[in-house]
Design a protein around this ligand. Structure first.
Ligand SMILES: *Cc1c(COP(=O)(O)O)cnc(C)c1O
Length: 389
């Protein structure tokens, strides 16, 4: 995956850094765009997966909208040139300031996550003399069969409005002149690899859409969220199967002629296009375990510490076929600061370059300054191409 030229260039750089393969990002975006366009589906990129400006620029250029989960993300999306008609704002705890700013910017839609939030948005919109477009985020109680910490669509999760609160939503909508109901929204979890889960979601979407229409509300937007997973075990099989994914919705949603279908993909668009590149600081050979201690840690990539996530780890400096098992850890003073246990690598030495793959989603965005760590650096394939030529 990395050329000798890439590695030679990496070896001159200070580590750790995120390496972005912008060509791969472009190819992934184009594949998604093509597959979605076949059904006239709309894609909003879920910005929280990665908001590095070099990434956002590429996504904006393809024409996708932005799915935001904070006022900061709404602001950033607009700054990066995303059209306001393509900005949606979800989130279980929108503050008054965030709602007011979004109203001032005339964004496309609020995805509303509680009955109370409906009244709050109506009041704030009334004060500004505006009509807020809203979709109800419904918790459909569909099991995403993914890691418990990234499941969002079950009754016990904090996200969305539960089915038994639909009549209350309808009541509030009927007495809220500053709200314009446009549709329903779902997002059941992340890193979903079993596509059958989406068939179950479609069944629920159809039921809820029918419920709203039966109660006199025209549903023009069916927003089915994101969550499509990537293959962390095969970082070189890089482009997700967008065609099969979209086909499920085309086959199983009961789409009326006046309805638009919206998607909010994050991880699937950006996950494979970055690696965290790090150097080996020390190798400790113990009686029971061998440790590789890297100069990158959970402060640069938190997923393994946060939800025991797997990332493929490669030694870019050694080619020996003799394999040793190592626990690959970071320098941070936490025992969970571990990228992988019993990882099979060629015998590894101080100063070797290590790549932690598939780090484009929920990687750089979760970086922290814990232990007073410095900002993590970014290197793009375009920059390296410039340096080499
Ligand atoms: C995080 C999030 C997404 C994107 O999830 P991925 O798993 O990255 O595709 C979509 N919609 C909402 C509301 C989200 O919070």
């Amino acid at each position: 995956m990395f050329s000798d030229k890439d590695i030679a260039h990496f070896s001159k750089l200070e580590t750790p850094f995120y390496y972005y393969d912008l060509k791969l990002l472009e190819n992934t975006l184009n594949a998604c765009n093509k597959a979605a366009s076949a059904y006239k589906f709309h894609v909003h990129y879920a910005m929280k997966a990665n908001f590095n400006p070099i990434v956002l620029k590429k996504i904006e250029e393809v024409g996708f909208g932005a799915d935001c989960v904070s006022g900061g993300e709404v602001k950033k999306a607009l700054e990066m040139g995303f059209a306001k008609e393509k900005v949606v704002f979800a989130g279980v705890g929108k503050s008054d300031k965030e709602i007011n700013d979004a109203l001032d910017n005339d964004i496309f839609c609020f995805n509303v996550e509680s009955v109370q939030e409906l009244s709050v948005i109506n009041d704030l919109a009334e004060k500004k003399g505006k009509i807020a477009k809203i979709a109800i985020r419904i918790n459909p109680n569909v099991d995403a069969h993914t890691h418990a910490n990234i499941t969002t669509g079950l009754d016990e999760n904090k996200f969305g409005v539960n089915s038994w609160d639909m009549p209350a939503c309808a009541d509030v909508l009927n007495i809220s002149p500053n709200l314009q109901f446009i549709g329903i929204h779902f997002h059941i979890g992340s890193q979903i690899t079993n596509l059958d889960v989406y068939k179950n979601l479609c069944v629920r979407v159809n039921e809820f859409a029918a419920w709203f229409e039966d109660h006199g509300f025209k549903v023009t937007v069916l927003n089915v969220g994101g969550g499509l997973g990537i293959d962390y075990h095969h970082p070189n099989q890089q482009i997700p199967d967008f065609e099969s994914y979209f086909k499920i919705f085309a086959d199983f949603l009961a789409i009326k002629p006046y309805q638009e279908v919206h998607f909010e993909l994050g991880r699937a668009l950006v996950g494979q296009s970055a690696s965290l590149i790090s150097r080996v600081l020390y190798v400790k050979n113990g009686k029971k375990k061998n440790f590789i201690i890297l100069d990158a840690g959970m402060t640069e990539l938190m997923r393994p510490a946060l939800y025991q996530a797997y990332h493929q780890i490669e030694n870019l400096s050694q080619t020996s076929t003799e394999i040793v098992k190592y626990d690959v850890v970071g320098p941070i003073c936490e025992s969970t600061d571990c990228f992988g246990k019993e990882v099979q690598l060629p015998e590894t030495f101080r100063n070797d370059l290590i790549a932690i793959r598939s780090a484009g989603a929920y990687g750089e965005v979760m970086a922290s300054h814990y232990n007073l760590r410095e900002n993590v650096q970014t290197v793009s394939s375009e920059k390296i191409a410039q340096c080499i030529s």
